[in-house]
Design a protein around this ligand. Structure first.
Ligand code: FO1
Length: 321
């Protein structure tokens, strides 16, 4: 079975652990969000690609869900002694090695897709991990700022998310560079050849939304022969983790499982899984022509997540186009 998953960071990676356990022999291609990428201290950091790679490769920090397990912070401490900025983003020593190798290869002229494949040689994630694009796309957030002349200012997504903990009101989300970005090699072919396409419980705006916004990707998903099934990242009106509510509000979408399904729409989704607590509210999703089922969606263990993945695959089978 060829499965394509459009994944962000922590939510996407945890879902993939369950999916891999549910269908051990499957051919899984992960199209990873690179809109969160940022250059810090001259190094290219790709948080979502690394989170997927470390999680599936057994190197992730288990509690944090990002960065490396058994991390050390000698370089971070030395940078602090120099007063080097930014200080709101922590890069551990082990993690830094990944960014150094990546940056070295990028500077030597290798595209990000080739670099990612090279990094995965070490981690053996058991999936094919593709960046959504080899071109630079960086998500920025227009935030309310009474001190700015225009009353607002545009900042990098990581500064908003990590530096400011998504506290300022987000007025607009902009994927800078997206208009000229091309899908990375293999992305459109994987979508066209897929038996199933899954939207995991990743952020619908700054993760799945950014991947779909790469010119050609949304069109390829809509044209695919494979059924498309999504899993709600919102349970009981709250994001399962993270601050997805802030960016949903910025694009005028309510923080409910139903509103997220309708935001993707029938043009993209054939099936949608909501958590059991949202079972009563799913009628508008069905009315829109999207087959919708309620199952437990808390990724509390790999076994629980594998059951979610199985439910998604069963639903995909039911709604085959
Ligand atoms: N998230 C934080 O909340 N604080 C950090 O200092 C931080 C550092 C970091 C370093 C490498 C990496 O791959 C991820 C890191 N993250 C950190 C997580 C990440 O920035 C965001 O959670 C994602 O981009 C959102 O998907």
């Amino acid at each position: 079975m060829r499965i394509v998953v459009l994944a962000g960071g922590i939510g996407g990676a945890r879902f993939l652990l369950g999916l891999r356990a549910a269908v051990p022999g499957a051919d899984i291609t992960v199209i990873g969000n690179t809109g969160d990428d940022v250059t810090l201290f001259g190094l290219r950091v790709c948080p979502d690609l690394d989170t997927v790679m470390y999680t599936l490769g057994g190197g992730i920090h288990p509690q944090q869900g990002w960065g490396r397990a058994d991390e050390r912070f000698t370089v971070r401490d030395e940078l602090l002694e120099y007063g080097a900025k930014p200080q709101w983003f922590t890069l551990g020593d082990r993690d830094l090695a990944t960014h150094i190798v990546r940056t070295q290869m990028l500077h030597a002229g290798q595209p990000l897709s080739v670099v990612t494949a090279a990094l995965c040689e070490r981690w053996q994630p058991g999936v094919q991990l593709l960046p959504m694009s080899d071109d630079t796309v960086e998500t920025h957030v227009l935030i309310e700022d009474p001190d700015a002349v225009a009353g607002s200012k545009l900042i990098h997504f990581q500064q908003y998310w990590v530096g400011l903990q998504a506290r300022p009101t987000a007025l607009e989300i902009r994927a800078v560079g997206i208009e000229n970005a091309k899908p990375a090699p293999g992305v459109l072919d994987a979508i066209a050849a897929a038996d199933v396409i899954l939207f995991p419980p990743s952020n619908p705006v700054v993760s799945v939304g950014t991947i779909l916004a790469v010119p050609g990707v949304k069109e390829a998903v809509m044209a695919a022969a494979a059924p498309v099934v999504g899993l709600s990242p919102i349970i009981g009106g709250r994001p399962v983790r993270g601050m997805a509510d802030k960016v949903l509000t910025a694009i005028g979408v309510e923080t409910t499982a139903t509103a997220v399904a309708l935001h993707y729409g029938r043009e993209l989704l054939d099936g949608w899984l909501v958590d059991v607590v949202d079972a009563e509210d799913a009628e508008p999703v069905r009315a829109a022509g999207i087959r919708c089922l309620a199952v437990p969606l808390m990724m509390s263990s790999v076994a629980a997540t594998a059951e979610m993945a199985e439910a998604a695959l069963r639903l995909a089978d039911e709604v085959k186009r």
